[in-house]
Structures are given as C-alpha cells and as structure tokens.
Design a protein around this ligand. Structure first.
Ligand code: BGC
Length: 741
C-alpha cells in the first residue's frame, strides 16, 4: 500500500478535469494519484489464485515476469473442494501476500459459470453451478478482505467463453441470467461485500457490460445493494461517458488521458451530469480504504497451505481396489507431468510460483527404491514411439503403474477455447499400452477444462482427477495416492460421455458476433438430469477410501417458502474422512415454467471419524424454491410439492422427501389480452367470472372439454362476440380487481 494520505480535500475542491482523471488508471495497475489533494494511488493486481505483481510497465496478458508468490490451486480445483472454510483460508493467505507486496485490490475471484467444457478459462472459474460458485466466491472474498485487501469479483457478466470475448454479444433471456449467470455474483455481493466488481468485456443482448445500466446500476446496486466500485476489465470500456452514466466507476488500465478528456468534454457539453462523475469519483476514492498491513509473506507456511488445499480438491473418480498405495508397492511413474507438473493456467492469472513440487520430487517422502520412471510423452509430441516403448518397459516391471496425463498449456489458456475434450492421441495410446502390461494402472489427470475419459476409462483400475493443483500439487497427489489424505473432492463440473451431449453444443461459441444461450437454464447437470442424458461422471461425484451413509432425513417447512433439513452422516468404513452432503431440489411439477429436475440448493462438507456419525442441519431459504418470474419481475415460489433430495451426486439419491409449500399468493393483472383460461384460473376473478358475465356462451366455454380447446383465446375475442349483452362495466370492474394486488 502506498502512503496513506494525510488529508483528503472535499470533492468541491477538485476540478472537473481532476475528477475525470480519477476515473481511469494512472498506468497498468494503479489508479491516479493527486498528491496535493491528498488522494493516493490504489494498486490493483491479478489474481485470482496467486499474486501477479509486476514492476513498472507490466501487462495484463501474463507475458512479462512478476515477483515470486505462492501459486494456490486455481478455482477449477478449489471448486472441487466444496469447502468454503478452506477457500476462505486460501483467500486470507492471498490477502497477506498482496498486502506485503503493497497491493490494495486483488483481481479475483472469478465466478463465471462453466457453460461449456470447452471454455479456455474454465480453470479460473469454480463450477457449472451458481450456488457452489457463489458460496465459494463469497468465502474467498471474506477471507481475502479479512486482511484489509479488497477483492474484485469478475467477470460481470455472461463471460462464458474466450472466443471473441472482447466483442461477442451473449444473447440470454432474463430468467436464465438471473437464475444461472448472475446468481453467483449476487450471492457474493450479499454475503461478502466485495470492494469491487469487474465488468466483463462482452456484450449482453447487444450492450457492452461496461455500458449496461440495467446490469451495473439497476440490478447490481439498486436491487442487490452493492456498495463498492465497478472496475472495468482491462480495456473493456469503449465509450467512457456512456460507461460512467451506466454505473461504471473506474476504467482500467490507463488510456493516457484520452478517457479523462472525453469525460471532461461530456460534462462541458451536458452529455454527462457532473453528479454522475462525482458519484463515481467518491466510489473510486473510497477504494483507498483497502490495503492491508502485513510484514513479509511467509512463503513456507503458504506452501504448506497450498499443499493441504490441493489435497482437499483432488477427486477420486474411479477406484477398483488399486488405491491407496502401500509404502512398499513397486510403482512405475509414467508421464511427463509427474516431473514437470502442469499446475496452473495460462494468461493474466499466471503466477511465478515461489517453489514447485512435482510428484517425482514428493515421492521420496513415501516410496522406497525400486521406483521406475518414464516420460511416456512429450508435450511437443516429439519422439512418441521411443517414449512409448520406454514406458511399456518400465510398466512391465512394476506392481502398479501411475500414469500422469493431461493437457499442456498450449492446449488451453485464457484467450482461446478448446475444440475437443479429448486428451492428446499419444497419451491415450500410452495409457492403453501401459494398462495392457502393468498389473494395475492408475491415471492421474492434470487439466483446466474437462477432459474425456472415453476410449481408455475401462482399461484402467483407478482415475485420480488433479485438475490444476497449484505449486504444491505434486505433493498433494502423493498424499492422496498413499492415503495420508483421504480424498474428499467432488466434481464441480459434469464429465460427459460426448461433447455432443453438452448443453451448449451447437450454440457455443456462436457466430458473427453473437452467441445464443439457447439451452437457457439447462446448464451442466441441470441439462443432463432434466433431459435424462447419461454422463461418465456426474456433477458432485467423488469417491473416498471410506464409505458414508445418510439416515434420519427430515425436511421441515419453517415458513410458506423455506425448509429445514436434518440428517445424520455415518462413516461406515475404517478411515476418517470428509463427506459432502448435497441437497438438491426438484421443483419439476411446480408451476407453468420450466424447472430443472435437479438444482443444488445447499451443501456442507463434514468430517466424520471412522465408525462415527455427525448430525447435519441445513436451511433451504426462499431462493431454493423460487424461479425468476419475468411477468412480475421478481422471485416467485409456486405453491405445491417439492422433492428435496440428498444426493451422493447429481444423479445418485441417498435419501429424499417431498415437502408441500404454501408458496406465494400471486395476483396477476388481467387484461383483455389475457387468455380465457387465465381469466378462469385467476384466484380473484375466476370464481366470480361466470356470475359477473351472465353469459351462456362463456358458460359453454367453461365446460372442461371446450375450455381445453378455447382456453387460449384472448378475452378480447369473447368480449367482441358478447358485445352489448355483457353487463355494463363488468369487464372493467373485473380487471380492476386484479390491479395493485
Ligand atoms: C482479464 C482479467 C484480468 C485483467 C488484468 C484481463 O485481460 O480478463 O481477468 O484481471 O486482464 O490482468
């Protein structure tokens, strides 16, 4: 943090030029300083899973070097921990490193939804589910901001692909935005009061996020009560006056005075109210309150935390009696990633790790002599045959082969999307060849976006998903393989059987500057469960070295629109472990709008000792049952029955209960454009409609068989036919009864 100002002058003491100058960066990473007015520069830096502090003249593409920092597990891994306490601890450590480097605002977390598994930046996002993303995002912000350093929740909003990310228009209907793409941001704003929200590059329904008043002001501030500053993604502003008017406060990085001049001129011409400028200036000045005080970062301690966190993220996908390994098992270690780990993603989040531990380095802690190693493949694809032969020779001579496979940095990064879910062909060949000769084969995967397991899944005995685990990932993998840590990670994203099955297929990444979110709410497991499409491993899946059972589920309504869930988790195995209780709601039969067959509505990670039990209580609030109603522009809980499902994952049900909720009494406004059916269904008008109209025709239409056919007629048509025969004022008085309720 730069020096705290002695005294800030009142706003009225600043000229329009000075104020306009404060609304864009001084350089790549700082806001403008006005020393004579006591206004200090605020320093921002990437984020999200490690500090990327650059010296003067840095860049936002991760091209120039940065100072050493701890590389914690990126969000793709942290998402799989399902553990908000752990994420908060990582957030706090990030804050301490930021504070010690003089950084006031750390640019994270990223809470965008993984709409397609192909998005090149999925490694930087938590999940395909908004609740999981929102809860972990809020935990990150609370942990980080507990150190005094501010957060920047990004990228607001609907930034779900890298293809054409600076211009593409995400064409999304409002209900889908509210329920899927905005919900995680809303949760973070409500639960963690972040210092800043970073607006995305893309357009939403034609309007750039940076100029989207509905997004930045109506929803973010007026509805959600956001009190911080909106900062642009680096270079996301096209029209500074329009952006400030819409609710953007700080444009980053510097535009060398151009934006300030445009804002000054806009005030002079009356295009922009000075009060709009002042409002944003106050918000930018308020950022000076952020920035922690901290001594030098304890990299040793943070490396140990990075190892613990990484181990909690690992997902054991499959285990046919192969794991955990005994210390004296004769293992063959195969795969380049075992000695040169892939542990973070490429682009603006790329951290210069303070140290890196590979699996080969970590192995010394566990295994005795007799461990063979073969690189198996090279990420540049050279010498494939020779490396394959060498790997087969090593695999023949072991009890268990451990194959470290995955994607290299050239295959996925910020800036571009993938076009396939497949592992490189050479690696698939390697896995299959090794599994043919080794008594047992375990595959350990490193990747930022989902990879397909097809073509080799059934050939191997165990699969360990390591995603990108940060700088201590090699040690964490060893901890899990040797059973020192019992795996407890759960998939935060579905692993499909085919790319063609994924919900955005055909719409992603769009064309000619537009991407249509045609799958609407059916994103991730919401699609697979509703459409009953088989997957390789569902959202929420993850094995353990012990077994858990669920009993004594009770679901108690505690109001018209909320319930309490109680249950007991038993650890029925012989190892201590952690279980993630996942509560889904199926509102399928409620109401006239689409409801996904499964929606995660609460979760808790609980540690249970071997043979022990833990009682769990979770509250499902109103939002757990609500949908966004576009007609009345609000959340609605339809009266009716809801299935509350305690799932082992998004498919396997451990226990369930049906609960009846009174829900909301909604009085919809009737017009002559409303259908006859809507008039009959109306809770106030329906019961008195026939008596008021006194019409034989309407009485005939009201017969069930006829109503089915005629119910879609607008009431105007019936009124036209009835004409003078209707009692005077009958229609108007009925419509008036529906207004204002
Ligand atoms: C990225 C942001 C990042 C910023 C600063 C942009 O290109 O989208 O996530 O925080 O650069 O590096």
């Amino acid at each position: 943090m730069t020096e705290t100002p002695t005294r800030e002058v009142p706003l009225s003491a600043l000229t329009v030029e000075q104020k306009a100058g404060l609304l864009s960066g001084q350089d790549t990473w700082s806001t403008r300083e006005i020393a004579e007015a006591g206004i200090r520069a605020v320093r921002l830096s990437d984020g999200p899973h490690g500090l990327r502090v650059q010296e003067e003249g840095g860049d936002n593409f991760g091209m120039h070097p940065s100072l050493p920092a701890t590389c914690f597990p990126p969000a793709v891994a942290l998402g799989s921990s399902w553990d908000p306490d752990l994420v908060a601890t990582v957030g706090e450590a990030l804050g301490l490193e930021a504070a010690s480097a003089g950084v006031d605002i750390l640019l994270g977390p990223g809470v965008n939804i993984k709409r397609s598994p192909l998005c090149g930046r999925n490694f930087e996002y938590f999940s395909e589910d908004p609740l999981l993303s929102g809860v972990l995002g809020a935990a990150y912000v609370n942990g980080l901001q507990s150190t005094g350093v501010g957060a920047s929740v990004k990228h607001f909003a609907a930034n779900n692909q890298e293809a054409d990310r600076m211009r593409v228009s995400a064409e999304v209907d409002e209900r889908t935005l509210r329920e899927i793409y905005l919900a995680a941001f809303e949760h973070v704003v409500a639960e963690a009061n972040p210092a800043t929200v970073m607006c995305s590059y893309n357009r939403i329904n034609g309007t750039y996020s940076s100029e989207n008043r509905w997004l930045l002001t109506d929803v973010l501030r007026d509805e959600w009560g956001f009190r911080g500053a909106v900062v642009s993604d680096w270079g996301a502003v096209h029209n500074p006056p329009a952006a400030v008017k819409a609710g953007l406060d700080l444009e980053m990085p510097s535009t060398n005075g151009r934006s300030a001049r445009q804002l000054t001129q806009a005030v002079a011409s009356g295009e922009l109210d000075e009060s709009d400028l002042d409002r944003s200036v106050e918000r930018v000045r308020a950022l000076a309150a952020y920035g922690g005080t901290s001594g030098p970062a304890d990299f040793g301690k943070h490396h140990r935390l990075a190892r613990k966190a990484a181990a909690a993220c690992v997902v054991l996908l499959k285990n046919d009696d192969a794991l955990p390994l005994a210390k004296d098992t004769r293992v063959a270690v195969i795969g380049e990633f075992a000695r040169a780990p892939r542990f973070q993603g490429g682009g603006s989040s790329n951290v210069r790790a303070s140290e890196v531990v590979s699996f080969c380095d970590a192995l010394a802690e566990y295994a005795g002599p007799g461990v063979g190693f073969a690189a198996g493949f090279r990420t540049d694809g050279e010498d494939q045959q020779a490396l394959l032969n060498e790997a087969i020779a090593v695999a023949r001579d072991c009890e268990i082969a451990l194959v470290f496979a995955g994607l290299s940095e050239s295959e996925e990064s910020e800036g571009f999307d993938r076009t396939t879910l497949d592992l490189p062909v050479g690696q698939v060949e390697l896995i299959r060849a090794v599994s043919r000769v080794a008594p047992k084969t375990v595959v350990v995967l490193s990747h930022g976006g989902v990879v397909s397991l097809e073509g080799w899944h059934d050939d191997v005995d165990a699969i360990v998903d390591g995603f990108l685990l940060g700088q201590a990932g090699g040690a964490a993998i060893a901890d899990v393989l040797y059973g020192v840590v019992n795996p407890s990670g759960k998939l935060a994203e579905t692993i499909p059987l085919r790319l063609e099955d994924t919900p955005a297929f055909g719409n992603f990444p769009g064309e000619r500057g537009r991407v249509v979110y045609g799958e609407r709410l059916l994103v991730g497991y919401r699609s697979f469960s509703t459409r009953k499409v088989a997957v390789r491993y569902p959202f929420g899946h993850g094995l353990s070295y012990t077994d858990f059972g669920i009993r004594d589920l009770t679901v108690t309504p505690i109001a018209r629109d909320r319930v309490r869930v109680n249950l007991v988790v038993d650890n029925v195995g012989d190892r201590d472990g952690a279980h993630v209780v996942q509560v889904y709601v199926d509102a399928g039969s409620c109401g006239e709008v689409l409801r996904p067959a499964r929606e995660l509505r609460a979760f808790a990670k609980v540690n249970v000792v071997a043979g022990g039990s833990e009682a769990v209580e979770l509250n499902l609030d109103r939002r757990a049952f609500a949908y966004w109603d576009t007609e009345i522009s609000d959340w609605v809980v339809t009266p009716g029955e809801y299935r509350v499902i305690v799932g082992r994952d998004a498919v396997a049900v451990d226990a369930e209960s049906v609960v009846e909720l009174a829900g909301d009494e909604i009085t919809r406004v009737l017009t002559l454009g409303s259908t006859v059916q809507e008039w009959f269904d109306h809770p106030i008008v329906g019961p008195v409609l026939l008596d008021t109209f006194q019409s034989d025709l309407l009485a005939a239409i009201a017969q069930p068989g006829t109503l089915r056919v005629m119910g879609t007629l607008p009431m105007q048509k019936v009124v036209n036919i009835l004409g003078e025969s209707l009692p005077a004022g009958a229609v108007d008085s009925l419509m008036a009864m529906t207004v204002g309720g």
